[in-house]
Design a binder for this molecule. Structure first.
Ligand code: F6R
Length: 357
């Protein structure tokens, strides 16, 4: 029997991590800081009279920032924010739409197609990328370009890809001054890093403890619509891409109307599910009540459940407290499986096969 990886073995963690995912995560606060202080400095704003709706188009690690924007701005902005993960755009996109085309590599074909479509519909487009074809197309078309630093995996570039969208909407007068909120979030995750980062021992480290609970289990992540929904989706994606393991997500209250009925059969699979319930004391009181009842329904069927509470002041800090905890847990889970968290060979294979035609 092979021995389980010791998560307190910092050198061992770094040895597994050939692409620097741990360092990139450690650098999240610096990344957000850089996004606030320098990335947006010389960026032109689109020439748009009235914006009726905003669309963020992108895939995977480049799309999650769109969901963060959608959830975070929901009570703060007067126009709808939609995230598009497809080749085509919704029918409503037109000259009164602001489209953020986001692709870290700049080469994702769905995003390039949606970019072209946005241009042909007369929408105001902004590109957020390290370069690639999207960078070339934006330069060719005179489209405002937010050029972010290259060198990490898209899913490890959330600060670079998300924070600029807030800054742009602020500069366009669509959001209030968020400086205090953003800098509060940055200091909070810096602090949090001390307890959940790789050098903090398992005994004190919630992310390491979560990784142990998810090891050899099927993670099911539940968030709540309007608050932690984007975090649940992020945890799922990070477990998939970093730990190369399956994971599933859903949200309250919707899951109380369907998914929860499916906890009867087959028991031998249900026993292998570990449920993560993402909690925020700001969630609707009726949702909190639903969560309490739901815990009672699943407790004797699944392997177990773990509640992870948002912390910090301000909605942004609270969202990032949970994202950061999950991001680290996914890296530690990769280590428990003895694998390198960085490479995503299957995604690259798909892109390579598709590029043949
Ligand atoms: C890889 C990752 C993927 C990519 C996705 C789109 O780290 O997170 O989900 O984000 O394949 O590629 P980009 O972001 O380059 O447009």
């Amino acid at each position: 029997m092979t021995q389980q990886f010791d998560l307190n073995n910092f050198e061992g963690l770094c040895r597994l991590d050939s692409t620097g995912m741990i360092a990139a995560l450690e650098g999240l606060s610096a990344q957000c800081n850089q996004a606030v202080c320098s990335i947006l400095k010389d960026v032109e704003l689109p020439n748009i009279e009235a914006i009726s709706n905003i669309v963020v188009t992108g895939l995977g690690g480049s799309a999650i920032g769109g969901d963060l924007l959608r959830v975070y701005t929901a009570g703060r902005i007067s126009v709808p924010v939609t995230v598009n993960r497809d080749y085509v755009l919704p029918e409503f996109v037109g000259p009164d739409t602001l489209v953020f085309a986001v692709s870290y590599s700049g080469n994702t074909e769905e995003t390039l197609s949606a970019y072209e479509e946005a241009r042909s519909r007369g929408a105001s487009v902004m590109a957020i990328t390290t370069g690639g074809k999207l960078g070339e197309m934006a330069s060719r078309d005179g489209v405002p370009l937010v050029k972010v630093p290259s060198g990490c995996a898209p899913r490890a570039a959330t600060g670079y890809l998300f924070i600029p969208t807030l800054g742009i909407l602020q500069r366009l007068g669509m959001l209030p001054d968020l400086n205090a909120e953003i800098t509060g979030m940055i200091s909070y995750i810096k602090e949090l890093h001390k307890t959940i980062g790789p050098e903090s021992p398992r005994e004190d480290n919630v992310s390491k403890q979560i990784a142990h609970k998810l090891y050899k289990k099927i993670p099911v992540i539940w968030g709540t619509t309007g608050t932690t929904e984007v975090v649940a989706q992020r945890w799922k994606g990070q477990i998939n891409e970093n730990a190369k393991a399956p994971a599933y997500w859903n949200v309250f209250p919707e899951l109380n109307h369907n998914e929860i009925v499916g906890f009867e059969y087959p028991l031998e699979i249900l026993n292998k599910i570990h449920v993560i319930i993402l909690r925020d004391e700001r969630d609707h009181p009726r949702v909190q009540k639903r969560i309490e009842i739901t815990k009672g329904i699943i407790k004797d069927v699944v392997d177990g459940f773990t509640e992870v509470w948002a912390s910090g002041d301000g909605d942004l800090a609270r969202l990032f407290s949970l994202i950061y905890t999950g991001d680290y847990a996914s890296l530690y889970l990769a280590a428990l499986y003895g694998i390198d968290p960085g490479p995503v060979k299957v995604i690259n294979y798909l892109k390579w096969e598709l590029a043949k035609e």
